[in-house]
Design a protein around this ligand. Sequence first.
Ligand SMILES: Cc1cc2nc3c(=O)[nH]c(=O)nc-3n(C[C@H](O)[C@H](O)[C@H](O)COP(=O)(O)OP(=O)(O)OC[C@H]3O[C@@H](n4cnc5c(N)ncnc54)[C@H](O)[C@@H]3O)c2cc1C
Length: 440
Amino acid sequence: MTSTLPPVPASLAGRVVAPDDARYERLRHGYVHRGAPAAVLLPEDAGQTAEALRYARSLGSVVSVRSGGHGISGRSTNDGGAVVDVSRLDEVRVLDRARRRIRVGAGARWGRVAQVLGVHGLAVSSGDTGDVGVGGLVTAGGMGWLARLRGLTVDHVTAVELVLADGRFVRTDAEREPDLFWAVRGAGGNFGVVTAVEVEAYETGDVVFANLVFDAGDAAALIEAWGAALEAAPRELTSFLTFMPGGGPGRPQLAHVAAVYAGSAEHGAAERALTPLLGIGPPVQQRAVLAPYPALVPVSGVAHHGQQQLSVTRSGLLDHLTPGAARAVAAGLASGQVLMVQFRSVGGAVNDVDPSATAYAHRTQNFALMSATVPELESGLDAHWARLAPHLNGMYLSFDTRRTPQVLAQAFPEPALSRLRALKERYDPENVFDRNFPLK
Ligand SMILES: Cc1cc2nc3c(=O)[nH]c(=O)nc-3n(C[C@H](O)[C@H](O)[C@H](O)COP(=O)(O)OP(=O)(O)OC[C@H]3O[C@@H](n4cnc5c(N)ncnc54)[C@H](O)[C@@H]3O)c2cc1C
C-alpha cells in the first residue's frame, strides 16, 4: 500500500514500497546505516528507473540511489526521503566471449558477477566482498583482489548507461559524451543513476589465496615490512593488511595479511611471490589454498540492518609505508580509539593508467589505508588522522564517511575537481544527486 504517497504512475505499480508494505523492513536499511525512507522504489529496467527518479523527485525530499546497499558512508538510505533502489537491474551477461565483453546491471552483486564469469574462465576484480553492489563500486573505483595485476574496476569499463537528473537515458563511452564517461568512472554518484555497465573482463584461472596471521606487538615494524615486501613483489601479488581490535591483558594484538597470487601456474611461482610475506613479523598462523576467483568473493545474501558497527571511517592513500607513517598508524592502534586499520596494496596496473583518463586520478600511490571506529570514538579517530596527515597523498572516497570540501580536494586533485564541477553544472544543475559527496 502507498496510501500516504502521491499517486503512483502505472509503470511503477507494485514497485513503490512505503512503510506499511510488508517488503519495507527488508528494504529500508543499508549495511552501515539504518534508515526510514518514505518510499523505496524498485525499478526493473532503465525506463522504469527514469520514472522512479521522476517520482522520487516529486516527493520533494532527499533522493538516495542504491545498488547493493554496502556504501560505507551509508547514504544510500535516508530518513523521510526516497530511495531509488536498482537491485532488480541485476543481469550479468557475457556479450562476446572472444573479446571478453560483458554487461552487468548496476544492481548485481560482485559475488554473482564473479560466479557467472567464472564459468567462462573470466573475472573482473572488484573488491574483497561479494555482497558489494556493482553500481556503488563501479562509479567510484574498485580496489580489489587483483588490483596490482589488473588495475581498478573502473579501468576496464567500456560503456556506462545511466539516467540523468532530467530523466534522459544516456549510454556513454569513449566516443559518446566522453566527458561524462570520464566523470562517471570515479565520481559517478554525482551524475545520475547508473543502470548497467559494459566491462572488458580478463582470463582468470585459479588463484593462490594466502591467509597469514602475525603477532602485531610491534605494529609499526610489521607495517613497514609488509609495505616493503609489496613494493618489491611482482604485480601478480595483491595483498591486504588488517589490524582488528584484540590484545587486552595477556593477549597479543594480531594482524591479518590476506594475499592473492594470480600469476603463472608454473611450479614454484606462487611460492616465490608469497615467501617474502612470511618473514614480515612473528607468525601465528599461515595457510594458502588454490581457489577459483569466485571463492574469494562469496555472496552472503544477508539482509541489511545497519549491522556495521564501525561506521566512522577515514581514508588515505600513501606512496610508501615510511617509518613515520607506520609509527603514526601504530600510535592510532595503541590509542584504543581506532578499532580497525586496513591497508590495501594498489600500484602496479593501477598506476599504468594516465591520471587524466578517469575521474579517479590517483595513479602514483602504492597503498590505500582505511581506519575505522565507532561514533563514540570519532574524536580519537580524528586525532589519529591528524597525525597521519603529513604522510598521505590523496584519498579514496569509498572508504571515508566525511563530506567536507577538504576531503573532496584530496579525493579529486586538480584539475579533476574543477572539471567535475563544470560537468556537474552541465548534467545536474539542480544537484539532485547530492547525497554522496558535495560537488556543488
Ligand atoms: C564490507 C565492505 C567491503 C568493501 N570492500 C571494498 C573493496 O574491497 N574495494 C572497494 O573499492 N570498495 C570496497 N567497499 C566500498 C564499496 O565499494 C562502496 O562502499 C560502494 O559504494 C558500495 O556499493 P553498493 O552499490 O553496495 O553501495 P550503495 O550503498 O548501494 O551505494 C553507495 C553510494 O553509491 C552511489 N550509487 C550506488 N548505486 C548507484 C548507481 N546505480 N548509480 C549511481 N550511483 C550509485 C550512491 O551515491 C550511493 O550513496 C567495501 C564496502 C563494504 C561495506
